[in-house]
Design a protein around this ligand. Structure first.
Ligand code: ADP
Ligand code: MG
Length: 289
């Protein structure tokens, strides 16, 4: 496939006629295999933007294209196959086992029980949950990190090329969050998915994003590689927002003055308020959680 995996052009959305726009002429592209992080504080319009991409939200104006095709012309079943969706509280069905949760979409797709079973085992192993230990558990028997892994396995079930992740690590404690971020980066290397991920956490955005789109009040203020956002904020507002969002996010201690911006840091440039989570959290022992 040539061309972008996802493209939004001038997308606007209001909930209710008199309300302010939740998305205000948002335009960006995501290239195949790229990870774009939408970063902004609560209410910025990040979730709404993400949900236009799998058509859970219909824009009032503008176009959303996935794989070069306007989303409205997509067959819903095809869209379900092509996009995986991971949300913060995971949305696992409590009365179903881990295996049954993971095989939901394959079942809808009419896969045979043998094929589903094989896929569930493969996916659980992939996300680091031994199938023989976890397949039959209920969500309530799992830790937050384990539930999140099941959510990722479920989203990957039919191997969609596009993953949409909304604050996927938001409910986790610092240690598990850090671990899941590291695993996310490994997974990304292995699977080569196109990923759009939403977060309000600046260090997380810096760590995970090939590019970061900064949102505020429904507008996409700037989109670029982490080093560019930090080093060359498009305006005072982005500079201030990065500082503010950072102060209100997971940065519990003063960040180190000169941490590495990210493995993907492109252009250089001064980083007047550079910070990442590196070194700002307790070191992470790799045991079970
Ligand atoms: N279905 C909806 N109906 C009415 N208002 C909504 C709906 N979804 C989102 N909003 C409002 O849109 C704004 C942006 O929401 P959202 O996209 O969830 O922001 P974010 O994910 O950045 O926190 C918020 O003020 C929210 O209350
Ligand atoms: Mg949100």
């Amino acid at each position: 496939m040539s061309g972008p995996a996802v493209e939004l052009r001038n997308v606007s959305k209001r909930f209710g006629v008199s309300a302010r726009p939740v998305m205000d002429h948002v335009s960006f592209r995501v290239e195949p295999g790229e990870t774009v992080v939408l970063l902004g504080s609560s209410g910025a319009g990040k979730t709404t933007t993400l949900r236009t991409i799998n058509r859970l939200v219909e824009p009032d104006e503008g176009e959303v294209e996935v794989e070069g095709r306007e989303i409205r012309s997509w067959d819903p079943i095809r869209l379900r196959r092509r996009t995986g969706y991971v949300i913060q509280d995971v949305g696992l069905l409590p009365h179903l086992s881990v295996a049954e949760n993971v095989e939901l979409v394959p079942k809808l797709e009419g896969w045979s029980p043998e094929r589903r079973n094989e896929r569930v085992r493969e996916l659980l192993a992939f996300v680091g949950l031994a199938p023989e230990r976890f397949a039959h558990k209920r969500p309530r028997e799992l830790s937050g990190g384990e539930r999140q892994r099941v959510g990722v396995a479920r989203a990957l079930a039919v191997d969609p090329p596009l993953l949409l992740m909304d604050e996927p690590f938001g409910a986790l404690d610092a240690v598990n969050r850090r671990r899941m971020q590291d695993e996310f980066l490994e997974m990304k290397q292995k699977l080569r998915k196109t990923i759009v991920i939403v977060t309000h956490d600046v260090p997380e955005a810096m760590k995970l994003g090939d590019r970061i789109g900064v949102m505020h009040a429904g507008k996409l203020l700037q989109i670029g590689p982490p080093a560019e956002i930090l080093g060359r904020p498009a305006d005072d507002f982005v500079a201030e927002l990065v500082r503010l969002v950072e102060a209100s996010s997971g940065a519990r201690r003063a960040p180190p003055p000169r941490a590495e911006p990210s493995a993907h840091g492109g252009g250089g440039g001064a980083r007047p308020h550079s910070s990442t989570s590196e070194g700002s959290e307790p070191s992470d022992e790799r045991g079970e959680h």
